[in-house]
Design a protein around this ligand. Structure first.
Ligand SMILES: NC(=O)C1=CN([C@@H]2O[C@H](COP(=O)(O)OP(=O)(O)OC[C@H]3O[C@@H](n4cnc5c(N)ncnc54)[C@H](OP(=O)(O)O)[C@@H]3O)[C@@H](O)[C@H]2O)C=CC1
Ligand SMILES: O=C(O)[C@@H]1CCC=N1
Length: 270
């Protein structure tokens, strides 16, 4: 199965890296990218065909992944809509609704929206997927096969749920890095070297997440097991509750969800 990417930036780079690590050959992947630096990076890193021409880039590909910024998508595809005929289009652009994209592509019907995340690079991504009604089972299986190679996949029935997926797992790696940074900084302030603090923070996230994945207990139960009565964790969590860290975090995700929905509105009928 040949796959073309339109846009070869951060997220496309992560997906391409993941696909190659999971058995795709660079010759099965082509990239349309206008930025010279990104072009060089992809050629150097993966040795694949990179072109600035959409016609050259997507010729011979059954699947086209749209991976430009949402603000760039209309301009990237609308002049070349006829080139997409018969191809399965997978858009990873945040917010942009499948119906609008379909209009931009001459009422193209075979569109899947995907919301991946950057751990795709190491095969540990998670991708939310939504398909327009005319996408058939075979095409869904194709998308599943490709994206399952770079991590876990979750299909949603309603397109609006992709805003929540974006707020949770699409943006999520940034939240995790943010917490890791804070833990590293605090560890360093408390006398550890920056390297040791980073190592401890990362292994703690990894270990706790694996434990949660493998356990039948609720997250709250797992938290309680760390929190000895009258002990140390209790004081830390009390301080977090007093600062309403949980509330701040939940509010931030609502804002992310709203922003994704708002971006969808912004690009309606462009
Ligand atoms: N980063 C992430 O974690 C995630 C991103 N996404 C989605 O993925 C998409 C890409 O995001 P991201 O990778 O971060 O963005 P990037 O800006 O890193 O990548 C987009 C690339 O496409 C290039 N480009 C712009 N216009 C065209 C065109 N007409 N033809 C070919 N290439 C073009 C851009 O060049 P230039 O910079 O010169 O404009 C840029 O190099 C977005 O829609 C985003 O919503 C989804 C999930 C997670
Ligand atoms: O920040 C963004 O808009 C994109 C979508 C999810 C992650 N990055």
């Amino acid at each position: 199965m040949n796959i073309a990417f339109i846009g070869g930036g951060n997220m496309a780079g992560a997906m391409i890296g993941g696909l190659i690590r999971h058995g795709h050959t660079p010759s099965q992947i082509s990239v349309v990218e206008i930025d010279a630096q990104q072009q060089q990076r992809l050629v150097k890193e993966y040795g694949m065909t990179v072109t600035a021409s959409i016609a050259d880039g997507i010729r011979g590909s059954e699947i086209v992944v749209l991976a430009v910024k949402p603000q760039q998508l209309h301009a990237a595809v609308s002049e070349s809509a006829q080139l997409f005929q018969g191809k399965l289009v997978i858009s990873i652009a945040a917010g942009v609704r499948a119906d609008d994209l379909s209009q931009w592509l001459n009422r193209h019907e075979f569109i899947i929206r995907a919301m991946p995340n950057t751990p795709a690079l190491i095969g540990k991504g998670v991708t939310g997927l939504y398909a327009l009604p005319r996408v058939d089972t075979r095409q869904k299986e194709q998308a599943t096969r490709i994206l399952a190679g770079i991590g876990t996949i979750v299909w949603v029935d309603e397109e609006a749920q992709l805003d929540a997926v974006t707020a949770l797992s699409g943006c999520g790696p940034a939240y995790v890095f943010y917490f890791l940074e804070a833990m590293q900084q605090a560890g360093a302030e408390l006398g550890l070297t920056a390297d040791t603090a980073k190592q401890l923070a990362m292994q703690t996230f990894l270990g706790a997440t694996y434990l949660a994945v493998q356990s039948d207990d609720t997250l709250a139960t797992l938290r309680t097991r760390v929190t000895s009565k009258g002990g140390v964790t209790e004081q830390a969590l009390l301080s977090m509750e007093q600062s309403d860290i949980r509330g701040a975090f939940i509010r931030a995700m609502h804002i992310a969800n709203d922003r994704s929905r708002e971006m969808g509105e912004m690009f309606r009928h462009t």
